[in-house]
Design a protein around this ligand. Sequence first.
Ligand SMILES: [Fe+2]
Length: 408
Amino acid sequence: MGASIVGAPLASTEGGSPSGGEQQHFRMKSFAFQLRTQVVFGAGAIRRLGELAIESGFRRTLLVADQGLVASGHVDEALSPLHLAGVEVFRFHDFEVNPDTRMVEVGRSVATPLKIDSIIGLGGGSSMDCAKGINFLLTNGGRMQDYWGYGKATRPMLPMIAVPTTAGTGSEAQSYALVSDVQSHVKMACGDAKATFRVAVLDPALTVSQPHAITATSGFDALAHAVETYVTTNRNPFSEVFSREAWRLLETNYERVLQRPDDLVARGAMQLGAFFAGAAIENSMLGATHACANPLTARYGAAHGAAIAMLLPSVVRWNGPVVGERYGELTASGVGNGLNDLAPAEKLARRLEQLAEAAGLRGGLQAAGVKRDDLPLLAAEAAKQWTGTFNPRPFDQAGAMEVYQQAF
Ligand SMILES: [Fe+2]
């Protein structure tokens, strides 16, 4: 952003034509911004969970955490300060990764007779999505499908606290619950301002226990959030600040946490970077990488972050003619050895490939079991994903085919 101010409305500055020199312009665009979540950051911050819950009026709360969190001891770490503070805690662990409508409905059934006044989501994105989903159904009734989209909840929702134990989805910064339809396998984004966490407790010490594969995939997902949000058609000056800082923290610390999992400083940077990237999504949405990744998860069961790692470099190359110079802003600060002579999009794509390589996530779709004959069907599904509508280069089935073929 620089001196000249371009006062054109958003619609006239977007739309897919190469945007040479765009980074020099401040695009005058109307937007509203509000960070609704109090952030409490620091190693050992989970010990403040009790006092934070009491401050938010929690007396009878539902702790939503998957079984892995019980095994890792993090559930006990959360229970101890809550009990000390006198909060009555009920527990729900009966769900899995990528929670679906059936699991959320079970959560609602468990919660209904308990007369809870609040919910705590402890864990990765799945725990937080499940917590939000239960909140929608418990307070507003109906089915999860009723909330697909944004702002469909008409009644107040329960206050919630997020305690993420991975650095990835940034769900703790967002008002969207991602819940899969158990019948169609479609991942529904159900958002509402009332579904935003009141408090996010970011304790890097909790992320040290992540298995290597989760550090790798969730960290790459966060990197992709930073990259995609920085170029969407929906971005605004606030989301850009979050995207840039998220990229800086994540890009410089990803390899470090992979090599030194106990490095609390690097873990902290990753956790904050993931939160910032989540805050960017809330204000900017995502793009073609997520649109192409969702069908891979739905059809092949590919882990979200692994699918993202296969696709992001291809999407960056595909978007290059439209937002190459914006990508250049991300790579300007000495990113990647030996890449300096490349055009910005290619430089960023290669750097992302280096990061995927370091994480053991480098590989084409073919290696993940995708058949070439399946690509048209996948592309048709990718083109239907809402998230693709925010991609800076207009994204359709033909575009999805190009991305998949490049990533094959
Ligand atoms: Fe993601």
